[in-house]
Design a protein around this ligand. Structure first.
Ligand code: FAD
Length: 447
């Protein structure tokens, strides 16, 4: 492959290509791409895309490659557009409470920069320390603080996007409100690199809560913990964090981190309230679940609370350490959470596979993780695939979705078609063709 212009240097050495070939999903179909390009200027992105447009070359945008849907992966003949070098926070405006950032900024670094001004970037995926803002926007990432603060889309005001012919456009605006024209920010958010390349974003910042209060609640089983989520929802309190972890996942975290969480119960809710009334609100929650809980601990200081949040963030790496993890990401109406966890348990027993469950329970978002023997990219055994299909079917039956936050990627295309139905799926394909008539942006992924 020859360089598109004298200004653009494509990397083709084996180590560089290997580094961008897979994401964290363990999707086994990734192949070594043709080249990788790591721009440091927006003009370089435009040049690459204009060249790809002229030559019909496939381009796969990539942030940190922490995705769990097989989306930012190697494709035969494709250029991987690694945006991690566009990594500057351009402006952080405490009066307007917003930041203008490049896509390669690591999410936790933006939050830390906001913190210096008493502000917070609220979206907080478990991968906050490694994933990029661009990847978060392209997947509409959720996270631990979603119970109160929502998902990435709720915090994006404007985007700079390089379209599929190399044109640079700006959509949205730097004001809190604004409804002129269609919501193209909403359309690009969650578009998984199929409609354009995000090269800049204006994101909202909010006042950093003056205090937080955290509780670790343990239960006899995961079903009772799911009942407790309903009790918390009914209590009128609004936790910022409401995370569920089942006993087997606690055991895996203990194994990886040397903690002793599982000795305290067979299921765990991590609950955090924030703001001026944090302690009072947490007390309401603790009272609401008092008849369900076997053991509850309140974190007394920031370090203890950070340890609990860290332990929760280690859930996925802990399960990845046990074998080949097939990572699912369903959401159900919160009133169906109990039924969902119970039926996932039944599916595990019937299929004879190990299914671990954790997730953002406050959002009705569960991550059932099917762990089988073998390496990360080993072929998925039929029983595991059957269990995954039954979990997707369950999510739809309960009125939910097959992917709450990780995206469709290459892993869930068939089930996305089923969820959307023929008419809406067709409409979405026509939209995609409008933005990318040649189909050069992440072909074979998403819809
Ligand atoms: C331990 C762990 C915990 C996680 N926890 C969560 C969680 O709590 N919530 C959650 O939502 N996800 C979670 N994830 C998944 C993942 O981190 C998110 O999907 C994240 O948003 C991906 O960001 P990234 O920078 O790694 O993007 P990548 O994986 O590189 O890319 C993801 C998608 O975005 C596209 N893309 C990336 N950058 C751009 C760009 N600039 N323009 C256009 N398209 C682009 C890619 O083409 C691809 O389709 C977790 C992952 C891990 C490994």
């Amino acid at each position: 492959m020859s360089a598109p212009t004298a200004l653009i240097e494509l990397q083709t050495d084996a180590a560089a290509l290997r580094a961008v070939t897979t994401d964290r999903s363990g999707w086994p179909g990734a192949v070594i791409p043709e080249a990788v390009f790591r721009p440091t200027e927006i003009a370089e992105v435009q040049q690459l895309i204009a060249w790809a447009h002229a030559t019909g070359t496939a381009v796969v945008a990539r942030g940190a490659g922490s995705g769990l849907a097989g989306a930012a992966v190697g494709l035969e003949g494709a250029v991987i557009l690694d945006l991690s070098g566009l990594d500057r926070i351009l402006d952080l405006d405490p009066d307007e409470q917003l930041a203008r950032v490049q896509p390669g900024v690591i999410t936790a670094e933006l939050d830390a920069a906001a913190s210096a001004h008493g502000l917070m970037y609220a979206p907080d995926p478990g991968s906050v320390g490694i994933s990029t803002i661009g990847g978060n926007i392209a997947t509409n990432a959720g996270g631990l603080r979603g119970a109160k603060y929502g998902v990435t889309r709720d915090h994006v005001l404007a985007l700079d996007v390089v379209l599929a012919d190399g044109t640079l456009v700006r959509v949205g605006r730097d004001t809190i409100k604004g409804v002129t024209g269609y919501d193209l920010v909403g359309l690009f958010t969650g578009s998984e690199g199929t409609l354009g390349i995000i090269v800049g974003a204006t994101v909202r910042l909010i006042p950093r809560p003056v205090r937080t209060a955290t509780a670790a609640a343990f239960f006899a089983d995961v079903s009772t913990a799911a009942h407790a989520v309903t009790a918390i929802t009914r209590s009128g309190a609004r936790p910022a964090v409401l995370e569920l972890v089942d006993g087997p996942t606690l055991g895996a975290i203990d194994l990886l981190e040397g903690t002793d969480l599982r000795s305290r119960g067979e299921a765990f809710l991590l609950i955090q309230t924030d703001g001026f009334g944090a302690e009072e609100e947490l007390a309401v929650i603790v009272e609401a679940i008092s008849e369900l809980v076997t053991h509850v601990e309140t974190a007394t200081d920031a370090a203890a609370s950070d340890r609990l949040l860290f332990a929760r963030r280690r859930a996925l790496p802990a399960l990845e350490a046990l074998g080949r993890a097939l990572i699912e990401d369903i959401a159900v109406p919160r009133s169906r959470l109990v039924e969902a966890v119970e039926r996932i348990g039944a599916i595990a027993a019937e299929e004879g596979v190990r299914i671990f469950v954790f997730g953002h329970a406050g959002d009705g978002n569960l991550h059932p993780i099917i762990v089988t023997e073998g390496a990360t990219d080993a072929v998925i055994p039929p029983a595991a695939q059957s269990a995954a299909d039954r979990i997707f079917a369950l999510a739809l039956e309960l009125g939910g979705t097959i992917t709450a936050e990780h995206g469709v990627g290459r892993l869930k295309r068939e089930w996305a078609r089923r969820e959307l139905g023929a008419d809406v799926h067709g409409l979405q394909l026509r939209l995609r063709a409008l933005f990318d008539p040649q189909g050069i942006l992440n072909p074979g992924s998403s819809l």
